[in-house]
Design a protein around this ligand. Structure first.
Ligand code: GLU
Length: 327
């Protein structure tokens, strides 16, 4: 069964989601990273980029917030592009941990691999794998450049956030060295951790994240710039990782409610991918107990349901092409 949607239906869904949740005041900003604690909690933006490049935005979609764990997605894609999905599978894995994002127990339980590139341990391993190894600046340029290609804009680290995270990331330091103990970090552990911390500190907007998600939805072709950013066979792999662990120990709840693969970050951002159809991003700083934005979850979930984007349903949504005018 297929159902066509057009831009007007998406505009309606996005506006309804914004109006419905703009006043929601549940949740708390992340406080374990001091910078994030002080972001105005009422910020709220929703952005959609369709697979044909059409964009729809409402609210604070131009505000630069910390990308945080959403950055694990582009680095996982880059690791697969550089080394192939099978090598990433062998060196990192593709399993849910069922545990919080920064779990040390997850590494102890699965010491043969760090489970998935979308939790802290696997993301630090992914950073260690990015070529060139042994050269922090060149590795960083590879990651930053790839984020820019995915979202079609230049991005920068938020220095204050980077300093704030670097001064307080004791748990992540333990993870990096525990991975070293298990032979699961493929570059210097401190260098790999620093690159991970930098990528989490990238400032991004909801508008940019929506384009990144749309590039994944469009099989690696950025629908705004027209550039081929990664091979199409990687797209279903990264989407499956997002569906498996995008919301950490709450991922099953999320997929049960929405059926939309998505990834959250403690900066308040969520990026959802409807394959072949669109990327959706929402941003609002206050989080639930698992570290996922309360308002962004509600907004993305509403849009997914309103438009019928559940990837597990029999209904296939397609984008209606604009009518061609015959002279
Ligand atoms: N930089 C954060 C950390 O490593 C990212 C966590 C997240 O967004 O889930 O703790």
């Amino acid at each position: 069964m297929t159902r066509e949607i057009d831009k007007a239906a998406v505009v309606t869904a996005v506006n309804e989601a914004y109006t419905q949740y703009v006043k929601t005041a549940e949740g708390e900003n992340a406080s374990y990273i001091p910078y994030l604690k002080n972001i105005p909690p009422s910020l709220f933006g929703i952005a959609v980029c369709m697979a044909d490049g059409e964009r729809i935005e409402v609210g604070d979609t131009g505000y630069r917030f910390g990308i945080e764990s959403v950055s694990k997605v582009p680095t996982a894609v880059l690791a697969m592009k550089q080394h192939g999905p099978q090598t990433v599978m062998r060196k990192i894995g593709a399993d849910a941990t069922g545990l919080p994002f920064n779990s040390i127990m997850a590494i102890l339980l699965e010491n043969d691999h760090p489970s998935t590139p979308l939790v802290n341990a696997g993301a630090i391993t992914a950073c260690s794998m990015i070529a060139p190894t042994g050269n922090s600046d060149a590795k960083w340029l590879a990651i930053k450049g790839f984020v820019e290609a995915l979202c079609g804009f230049s991005v920068e680290v938020i220095d204050e956030l980077y300093r704030s995270e670097s001064a307080t990331n004791f748990n992540n330091r333990s993870i990096a060295w525990l991975l070293k103990n298990y032979g699961r970090v493929y570059d210097d552990p401190d260098l790999s951790l620093d690159i991970y911390t930098r990528q989490c500190s990238i400032g991004i907007t909801a508008a940019q994240l929506a384009v990144m998600a749309a590039t994944i939805a469009a099989d690696g072709r950025n629908p705004v710039t027209g550039c081929e950013v990664f091979p199409a066979d990687i797209a279903p792999r990264i989407v499956s990782l997002m569906a498996t662990v995008g919301f950490y120990e709450r991922t099953g709840d999320w997929m049960f409610r929405t059926g939309l693969p998505a990834k959250s970050g403690v900066g308040g951002g969520i990026m959802g991918v409807a394959p072949g159809i669109m990327g959706i991003a929402a941003f609002a700083p206050p989080l639930d107990a698992a570290g996922n934005s309360v308002k962004a979850q509600k907004a993305v979930s509403y849009i997914a349901q309103r438009l019928g984007l559940n990837v597990y349903g029999s209904q296939r949504v397609t984008l209606r092409k604009p009518a061609t005018v015959v002279a």
